[in-house]
Ligand binder design. Structure first.
Ligand code: FAD
Length: 294
């Protein structure tokens, strides 16, 4: 499937809607365009589920180069980075925890020098304990490291209460991974209701909520909660993915909200692209037509 998808020109073009390019230069060019339009950005160097320590080191080095570029271009005020721990070594057969932490520390140190922040993406439910553990370790030295919580998981409301501490940067998402009913709400309505409850917990606390969704009902509720709880625009932010709801991103920014676009780049775009397709039936139908009409 991976070979068929990455080798099909129509699908590569479809991927361009969600991925800013394969090279650092392409990512920086797209980032600059967004920043010029008043948006903030978090850049993800694509890659996940690395089983080789050399690949994990290469991912770390890609982030170090990226952070160096952001500094040189004067973009680090508006642009941070997002990292997946499975790309930094979380699934290695030996010394996974130590290798991951060392790679993540190197990235955080470069972000500190650049004057920006790092958010640690959340992957499937089997990784949540390890990922939150690494975030906790990183926050000892780098308190601005962001965590991600997925409202689809039954455990998340408790995690959300734990993470709702002063200054804690928390990105709230619905969750992009197919999860079993033993750990996740099977009904979308329950995922949405949990999202609202988590938003309230975060917004009512002294944490820094990062409301990451394209669901305009959630955006509206976040704005109402912000007003009800006396939060100033800028004391929380909205986040959306590159290529999705661009007009709404600009509308929100025009209403004085801080809006951050999650911008992925790199050669390993297959997993990210497939998750974006799976989220929306219309994308899947287009995908099937492109694959079988080649
Ligand atoms: P939904 O109810 O799924 O969608 C609402 C509406 O948004 C849809 O009706 C549709 O109009 C539009 N929409 C949603 N998805 C698409 C799409 N792919 N293509 C076109 N239109 C779409 N998930 C994780 O598990 N871990 C993470 O670390 C993570 N980080 C994220 C960072 C950001 C900034 C964002 C915005 C999302 C992130 N996600 C992450 C993905 C998230 O979990 C959801 O899978 C994704 O955002 C879709 O959910 P939704 O909140 O937009 O709501």
């Amino acid at each position: 499937m991976r070979r068929a998808v990455t080798g099909t020109p129509a699908l590569r073009r479809l991927a361009d809607r969600f991925v800013a390019g394969e090279t650092l230069d392409q990512a920086v060019a797209s980032t600059t365009g967004l920043v010029d339009r008043g948006l903030h950005v978090t850049i993800d160097h694509l890659g996940e589920d690395t089983l080789d320590a050399a690949d994990a080191a290469a991912t770390r080095d890609a982030y170090l180069a990226l952070l160096g570029q952001l500094t040189d271009l004067g973009l680090s005020g508006q642009v941070e980075v997002s990292v997946k721990l499975s790309a930094l070594g979380q699934k290695l057969a030996t010394d996974a925890e130590q290798v991951t932490l060392a790679n993540a520390v190197a990235i955080c140190e470069a972000a500190r020098v650049a004057g920006t922040t790092v958010t640690v993406d959340m992957e499937d439910h089997t990784t949540v304990d390890a990922t939150l553990g690494t975030v906790r370790d990183l926050r000892g030295e780098y308190p601005w490291v962001g965590a991600v919580l997925q409202s689809c998981l039954r455990r998340t409301e408790a995690d959300c209460a734990d993470l709702s501490t002063a200054g804690s940067r928390v990105r709230l998402v619905k969750g992009a991974y197919a999860e079993p009913a033993s750990v996740a709400h099977p009904a979308k309505r329950d995922v949405d209701l949990a999202y609202v409850r988590c938003m309230r917990t975060l917004m009512a606390s002294k944490a820094y909520p990062m409301i990451a969704t394209h669901d305009l009902r959630m955006v509206e509720i976040a704005e109402s909660l912000g007003t009800e709880l006396g939060r100033e625009p800028g004391s929380y932010e909205f986040q959306m993915l590159y290529g999705i709801r661009a007009a709404e991103q600009r509308d929100l920014a025009a209403r004085d909200h801080l809006v951050r676009v999650y911008l992925p780049y790199g050669e390993d775009w297959y997993g990210y692209f497939m998750r974006r397709l799976a989220e929306r039936p219309a994308n899947l139908a287009f995908f099937a037509r492109s694959l079988f009409s080649r």
